[in-house]
Design a protein around this ligand. Structure first.
Ligand SMILES: [Zn+2]
Ligand SMILES: [Zn+2]
Ligand SMILES: [Zn+2]
Ligand SMILES: [Zn+2]
Ligand SMILES: [Zn+2]
Length: 366
């Protein structure tokens, strides 16, 4: 009923901005906290002489982090790490795991960034109705069990052929192009052969590695949009192709393997996103069309005059007129005013109902 157009979108945009600011704040706090933990761990390991293997206390998240953490100048390493984090986002997997020298990094930026900003590819997992149920990001897993960022995501020239293939760059992986497979919560989904998606081969035909009766991966798992997973497809498209379909393309960013991510809401599943990357905001005609018998019982209960009479008959003494809720939203009203009005109406009604039924109500002073 809400999430409409025009004036009411202003409220939605405000909410989005608020959430963005909050998230930013949370992220900043997390970075501070992380730095503090690193500091404590490094200092602890340096002074802890009773424990001969001081290396144990250094976090082993990644070799890059350990390099920075073992730097004796801990105070300056905070700024260094922050720079490294940004650099890691830009470089992705292109440094092969060992850090670029500052010169290599500058050279890399000069070469890759213009290509990336111009030739970005958007990757999404699309339902048969055209909704992007999943926007693929750098960490999103492929059917081949590798992440999107481990695939070829930078193209000097965008291929002319469609579909565009995004092959895996992990050595010996047979994956010819990125292929998204949804998860069931945190678990991989099962094939009809009863084995998990990641037990199947990434070669064309996707045969099962764990049994011989499988004729290729096929799952009847149902996506949040209500359509079976196998009716969806992984779509790789250019900025032009995407904007031609009216889908958001976001801002040009220098980061590697951003795939389909264009904003905070990209992380939600398609049916929960109210922007046009999913089904889009419903049209005004759709929102203002009369409620029919085909509609959800909730809508019918709130809109039909016959049903509001039905509700009023449950409360003693209130007339149909008094029970009419102002469900016809004035387009010039903003969201808050609308809900405020609804709230005031409800208060009035409750008061009226209380006055009618005052007799049997217990009083505080007997
Ligand atoms: Zn792979
Ligand atoms: Zn792959
Ligand atoms: Zn199978
Ligand atoms: Zn199997
Ligand atoms: Zn879907």
């Amino acid at each position: 009923m809400n999430g409409g157009n025009g004036a009411s979108m202003a409220g939605y945009a405000d909410l989005k901005r608020t959430i963005a600011v909050l998230l930013d704040d949370i992220l900043q706090r997390l970075v501070k906290l992380e730095n503090k933990v690193d500091y404590i761990v490094v200092n602890g390991s340096a002074t802890n002489t009773t424990n001969g293997t001081s290396g144990n206390l250094v976090p082993v998240t990644s070799s890059k982090r350990v390099n920075a953490a073992s730097n004796p100048q801990v105070a300056t390493s905070t700024a260094l790490k922050r720079r490294e984090k940004t650099n890691t986002k830009i470089v992705g997997e292109d440094d092969g795991g060992k850090l670029f020298t500052p010169e290599e990094y500058e050279e890399y930026k000069r070469k890759v960034l213009p290509i990336r900003l111009q030739n970005r590819l958007y990757v999404s997992w699309r339902s048969p109705t055209g909704m992007d149920c999943k926007l693929v990001g750098p960490e999103t897993l492929c059917f081949c069990t590798h992440r999107y960022k481990q695939h070829k995501t930078d193209f000097e020239v965008i291929p002319k052929d469609r579909p565009i293939c995004v092959p895996c760059r992990v050595s010996h992986c047979q994956c010819k192009s990125y292929h998204y497979v949804p998860l069931n919560g945190t678990q991989p989904i099962r094939c009809r052969c009863k084995h998990f998606a990641d037990q199947h081969s990434a070669t064309p035909g996707s045969a099962c590695n764990s049994c011989s009766k499988c004729s290729g991966f096929h799952s009847s798992f149902t996506c949040g949009c209500g359509q079976p997973a196998y009716t969806h497809e992984t779509v790789v498209e250019t900025k032009q192709e995407r904007s031609a379909m009216g889908k958001p393309v976001g801002q040009d960013v220098p980061y590697a393997a951003m795939g389909g991510l264009t904003g905070f809401s990209s992380l939600a599943e398609g049916y929960m996103r109210l922007d046009d990357s999913g089904i889009g905001a419903p049209s005004v005609e759709f929102l203002e069309s009369p409620v029919t018998n085909m509609d959800h019982p909730f809508l019918k209960a709130f809109q039909g005059p016959s049903s509001s009479a039905h509700i009023s008959s449950q409360l003693p003494g209130s007339s149909v007129d008094a029970m009419q809720v102002s469900h016809v939203r004035n387009s010039k009203e903003d969201d808050m005013a609308y809900f405020e009005k609804r709230y005031q109406e409800r208060l009035k009604k409750e008061k009226a109902a209380k006055q009618k039924g005052r007799g049997p109500l217990p009083s505080k002073n007997p």
